[in-house]
Design a protein around this ligand. Structure first.
Ligand code: NAP
Length: 358
């Protein structure tokens, strides 16, 4: 076979290319290309993509984007799809993670509304091999729930996370019940559906990497999970479970107790609310949405809670004593006939007697 001329070679090569990759003006006279080197150069230069759809296999950017999404998104199974579980799911979904859920009650409809796959049977959920299993059940039911999980259906390497409002208690249970190959991350988002309704920015997220394997993939998975909260602007606080419980009894348990006391007291808004009073109303609103189980769990499973309750009681009595002490002083002066001293208080004898008998 006679050798191709350079013109023939160009035409043959161009006609074998897909239409969109052919030189732009096939009708234009093709200048003879004396050398193969030049031929290659002229083939490269005039390419132009005319249709994005057709160019998909070459859309490097889209491929990168989807690769990035796959590498940064997690498959998270939420156990306990009540108030707090659903609240967390919304933000997880907004960040592109895949969410599965299981709960004692049937939340199929609520889950479908959110775009969460709900499994009535925990076996079916575990067979989906989530990378992360997040425990958002009540503190009181933790042990029962852990005993009911078919661990054998999960991957050998699964990250277990809890979000319970006490930390030493679930840490001990997770270490006791989970297979040794599972990673354990204990966390406490220090906010809820009320306080974190509009944004999580600036709200504290406490965590303790209780048992995370050295493997790079395990470390990465844990960081990806923590990154969900960091990306929302949370104040990330790494702290041991014991330290958390010490601080939380003095802050969270006291907050919940005062909120509940004020709720029972029956605070009502008035037309002349001060800023301080508005704060109290807000406190009642923030705490009244939480279940009594949650509050009871804070009391029962934080060793420091009882001491805080006693201190609160003592503080209340001490304030009462201070008030009544002064009242008694006036009464004594009135009884001893020191009416000058009693009058300084601006109270009549009958007023003092009425207060004391009350
Ligand atoms: P919760 O009353 O503490 O827990 C409700 C969840 O526990 C529901 O999913 C419920 O399932 C499940 N549950 C209760 N008893 C159960 C049992 N015997 N067996 C199986 N599941 C049971 O209310 P929550 O506000 O949703 O809190 C969930 C977790 O998040 C708690 O551990 C809490 O400490 C923690 N947390 C809450 C907040 C908050 O602001 N709410 C903030 C930080 C952390 P069903 O609904 O299916 O019955």
């Amino acid at each position: 076979m006679p050798p191709f001329s350079s013109t023939q070679l160009f035409q043959t090569t161009a006609s074998h290319l897909p239409p969109l990759l052919r030189p732009l003006s096939p009708s234009a006279p093709l200048s003879p290309l004396p050398q193969p080197k030049l031929l290659r150069r002229s083939l490269k230069l005039p390419l132009r993509v005319r249709s994005l759809d057709a160019a998909q296999p070459y859309d490097y950017e889209a491929q990168l984007r989807s690769h990035f999404h796959e590498s940064s998104s997690l498959k998270i199974a939420i156990l306990g799809f009540g108030n707090f579980g659903q609240f967390l799911a919304k933000t997880f979904l907004s960040q592109g993670h895949t969410i599965l859920a299981h709960s004692r009650s049937d939340y199929s409809a609520a889950a479908a509304d959110l775009g969460v796959a709900f499994y009535r049977d925990p076996h079916d959920l575990c067979e989906q091999h989530p990378e992360v299993v997040l425990l958002s059940t009540s503190i009181l039911s933790t042990e029962r729930v852990l005993r009911s999980i078919p661990f054998q259906r999960l991957r050998r390497s699964t990250l277990f996370v809890d979000v319970l409002s006490v930390k030493e208690f679930p840490r001990d249970l997770l270490l006791k019940f989970l297979p040794a190959e599972f990673d354990v991350l204990c966390t406490h988002p220090m906010f809820g559906p009320e306080s974190g309704r509009h944004s999580w920015a600036g709200l504290s997220f406490v965590y303790d990497r209780v048992r995370i394997g050295d493997d790079e993939s395990r470390v990465d998975r844990c960081e990806k999970f923590l990154d969900i909260f960091a990306r929302e602007g949370c104040r990330m606080v790494e702290m041991s479970c014991a330290e958390h419980d010490r601080h939380a009894a003095g802050s969270q348990f006291v907050t919940h107790t005062v909120g509940r006391v004020l709720e029972k007291f029956g605070l009502e808004s008035s037309p002349i609310n001060t800023k301080g009073y508005e704060t109290l109303l807000e406190l009642v609103e923030n705490t009244s949405g939480d279940s009594f189980d949650l509050y009871y769990g804070l009391f029962l499973y934080n060793d420091n809670a009882m001491e805080q309750l006693q201190r609160l009681d003592m503080a209340f009595k001490s304030i009462q004593n201070e008030l009544f002490g002064r009242l008694h002083q006036i009464y004594r002066k009135q009884l001893l006939g020191n009416m000058e001293g009693a009058r300084e208080s601006g109270m009549t004898k009958s007023m003092v007697q009425k207060l004391l008998s009350n």
